[in-house]
Design a binder for this molecule. Structure first.
Ligand code: SF4
Ligand code: SF4
Ligand code: SF4
Length: 447
């Protein structure tokens, strides 16, 4: 077996490695890079640590990533955390590990521990990553920063037990109450009072299971999005149902905090709940639910569910003539592409198709749109803790929004909605902007 260091040596410790390494790394890179976190093996009784602790624990892809970095700095230039003054620098996430690996090799050692003596990564660096994927989108060498950051974060959380106190509190709330705010499970279906919403029943198949999500269930602005979405689905004659009070958080924040063991427990319970029912697709209006249920549950037994974002479904319904916007809405707005809908799911057109189908709407695109969109800062668990360094990540995006001089910001993400509503007053130009989900704008244009 080739040792860790032998492997690096066999690839060549040379500043020219990237010339042959770049095409090889492109072959090893999945289409949507690093967004899907891998499950961990908790059944390995010999494992003393969890997460990325040593060089020998890096995957082949991680090692190519270290060796192919050309130090262009493009990842750092687009990193929302770095731009907001946080200590996270995606370029140095890669180069520090590479330099450490080579120094260990030069000392003739078989392996190197990232955390012994002086840790390679600090908590503030890892916790600041929103997993937005902008670094990976921009990197000419197909490097997957998020994979390395998240594996190191898992080590920090699971092996060192270091986690922001409010993140630990959020995990407990999700495990005890089924939602990150710790609100009673009994209140989860209150948004539907008086609306005659179909509950899913065993043995009665539906086309769509609408997974409302925690924000949709408990946050007032997002409850409105759910109410508008169900109105549109009913109007279009879509056969759908919801889980009601038995729906629980899908576990996305827990996984991004690095607590894979708790995520595993939550995911297994949700998969069992979903498997009691028959449906063709799960529709979600939160892109984080879309990602976790659609792409990450698939890694577990019986966890294969086809998912669709509500903007994709609504856009299909317009195209099929089942929904026809009637009323003119004379508004100039800009659209914020949520990272987990855009970069991680590849959907940029559906929300724009809906907006363009409404007479009177004028979309004023930000320069940083679609795959170049700047994250609002809530992903990666950042919704549930606030790091002391720099400024709020949302502020840079709000400045870009403010530059468009529009009265409305449209989006399609529960987290983005909560975040922009709570931070818009921090930037003068967006103080009075209205934040609205695409579904709610469409609902207003219906008779
Ligand atoms: S995923 Fe986003 S926040 Fe994390 S390092 Fe990359 S650009 Fe920065
Ligand atoms: S963009 Fe890629 S190649 Fe350039 S510095 Fe970042 S990791 Fe290295
Ligand atoms: S909250 Fe929205 S912008 Fe922020 S990481 Fe999630 S999808 Fe991206």
């Amino acid at each position: 077996m080739v040792s860790t260091m032998g492997f690096l040596a066999s690839l060549g410790h040379s500043k020219f490695f990237h010339i042959i390494g770049l095409p090889l790394n492109a072959l090893l890179t999945p289409q949507r890079r690093g967004a899907i976190l891998n499950p961990m093996d908790f059944e390995n009784e010999e494992a003393e640590t969890f997460g990325l602790g040593k060089i020998s624990e890096m995957t082949m892809k991680n090692r190519y990533d270290l060796l192919t970095c050309v130090e262009c700095g493009r990842c750092t230039e687009v990193c929302p955390a770095n731009l907001s003054g946080k200590s996270l620098d995606p370029k140095t996430i890669i180069t520090k590990a590479r330099d450490f690996a080579f120094s260990v090799q030069e000392q003739g050692k078989d392996d190197g521990d990232f955390w012994e003596d002086s840790p390679l990564y600090q908590a503030n660096e890892l916790d600041a990553c929103t997993t937005c994927g902008a670094c990976m989108e921009e990197c000419p060498a197909n490097i997957e920063h998020v994979n390395i950051i998240m594996e190191a974060k898992r080590y920090k959380t699971l092996t060192l037990g270091e986690i922001p106190p409010s993140a630990a509190d959020t995990i407990n709330k999700i495990k005890n109450n089924g939602n990150p705010w710790g609100i009673s499970q009994d209140d989860r279906f209150k948004w539907a009072e008086g609306l005659d919403i179909p509950l899913i029943e065993q043995g009665k198949k539906v086309d769509y299971l609408y997974y409302v999500g925690c924000a949709g269930s408990y946050d007032a602005a997002n409850q409105k999005v759910v109410q508008d979405t169900v109105m549109l689905l009913k109007k279009a004659g879509v056969q759908f149902a919801v889980l009601g009070k038995t729906e629980k958080c899908n576990g996305d924040p827990i996984r991004r905090f690095g607590d894979e063991y708790s995520f595993f427990e939550v995911a297994i319970e949700n998969i069992a709940n979903l498997n009691q029912y028959q449906f063709d697709k799960v529709v979600t209006h939160c892109p984080h639910c879309l990602h976790t249920i659609g792409k990450e549950y698939a890694q577990f037994e019986d966890g294969q569910f086809e998912t669709i974002h509500h903007t994709e479904l609504l856009s299909e319904l317009i195209e099929a003539g089942k929904l026809t916007p009637q009323k003119e809405i004379n508004e100039k707005l800009t659209f914020h592409d949520p990272c987990y809908l855009g970069r991680h799911h590849g959907e940029y057109n559906a929300p724009r198709k809906i907006l363009n189908a409404i007479k009177g709407i004028e979309i004023k695109e930000m320069e940083a749109n679609k795959d170049k969109a700047l994250c609002c800062g809530m992903g990666g668990g950042n919704m549930w803790y606030e790091l002391p360094e720099g400024e709020h990540i949302a502020k840079n995006r709000l400045r870009q929004i403010g530059d468009k001089k529009v009265e409305k910001l449209a989006t399609g993400c529960s987290y983005c909605m909560i975040n922009f509503n709570s931070t818009k007053a921090q930037v003068n130009e967006t103080e009075n902007i209205e934040v609205e989900d695409v579904a709610s704008i469409l609902a207003k244009s219906m008779d």
